[in-house]
Design a protein around this ligand. Sequence first.
Ligand SMILES: [Ca+2]
Ligand SMILES: [Ca+2]
Ligand SMILES: [Ca+2]
Ligand SMILES: [Ca+2]
Length: 491
Amino acid sequence: MASRLIAPFSVLVLIGLCASVGFAGAIATEDFEAYDVGDQLHSLSGGSGWSAAWQVPVAARRSETTIVSGELSYAAGDVAVSGGSRALQYLATEAAIEVLATRQFASQSGTLYFSFLYQSTNSDSGDFMQLGLNNTADNPRVSAIDSGGTFQVRSGTGSSALSGIDSVDGQTYLLIVRAEKTGGSTNYNDVQLFVNPMFKTGAFNTPAAHATNDSGLSAAAFAAFRKAFHDGDETYVFDELRIGDSFADVVSGVGNTFLLPTNAGNGADAYIRGGSSSTGNYGSADYMELKATSSADVVREAYFRFDLSQAPWDRFLEADLTLTVDGSAGSTDPGTVWTFDLYGLEDGFVAASGELGEDWGEGDITWDNAPGKDTSGAGPDLADVFGGAPLATFDITGTGNSGDTITISSEDFPALAAFLNSDTDGLATFILVRSTEEFDGQTVVHRIFTKEGGMAPYLTLRVPEPSTMALALLGLLGLVGCGRRRTRSAR
Ligand SMILES: [Ca+2]
Ligand SMILES: [Ca+2]
Ligand SMILES: [Ca+2]
Ligand SMILES: [Ca+2]
């Protein structure tokens, strides 16, 4: 399929190659790849950016803290971190509260990030494992913790903020901690934990836990592992420890894929409601509601927009739209199939008097002023949507289950990519309408989570793999060089 698209996408292939992938700006990294399986961590000095070798201060722990043939890796969304073939393992044998291992790096006092791959085995409700930063080789003062099988973040050495996310034995997690100084504090006092982020753009992710107390730490110069309360049958594997001053320093991504949620840039998500609610605004709700019925007062339709100027590329080979269902509202037989139509607001749409444009505000949009809306009935005015027809159609059975995702792919619906590629102002608005009207007392309102609901709709945008035949052809044509990232006019 890709080969016949070589020409139109030739430029973006090159732009894609120019995007940086990796950890170029990291302060210190350790991938454990320089060591042999069975090596004790104590006194090893591989990795980069460190000012001293690893220390395992308690001699009895040294044979328990060793290099293993680990293959931890993590990939989700446009994030991908591979652990290679060596990792660090701690094999617990007793219950003492101890600093397990430390390593020094050049002292840092600005905003700090650290990330690592993590997997536990045989951990249970009492076990405690911690990795963080401090200014001495001691109890870390900004840290990620797996305690009782739940991830936490800690600022200081006292209580922690819980994530509500379980650490499941045998599963690999990518954990990222961000430590900031806010409100004029000289100490780190804002510490966030990200668990398994999907977005390689840090700001698009929602932290899983957030501690806002004073850590007592003004500068960090040591990474420190700490453990407690083990029965003696637990193992912990760590890999790809990275310390940096930006999210991008510590998290790598898939080079040809970019995830763009509605909470990026000038994105928006809202629903509108007809009849007696036609001037109501629902832009800050945790979900977009969808309902079709002959009673105008209760009809709901969804509007959501992506800020395409946030993406590293102008044009896309493929695109997926992912929506997450909140299956909590209303009455329907579990087996009833409800059908939805997805439209794209035509690029260059010109608003009539009283109508909002492509830059509609989610705090302003209503049934009466929604762009492209056929205010007299269901759905948009087909003259105002891309192709004069839905981009895609999909079903939800029953209410759907909360957390279920709906993915609409341009592989199945090529109009989705065509719509995004038709954009000229960086603003792509989707209009979602349920086409199945309620019947026989089945009054369900379908709900799709918004950015306010913590599971923003997002686009997965792909350009060709650099390794494809398209690249070889471009090389033959001598099309080499990295141009400006984006050539659209400012908006
Ligand atoms: Ca490794
Ligand atoms: Ca245990
Ligand atoms: Ca919203
Ligand atoms: Ca547009």
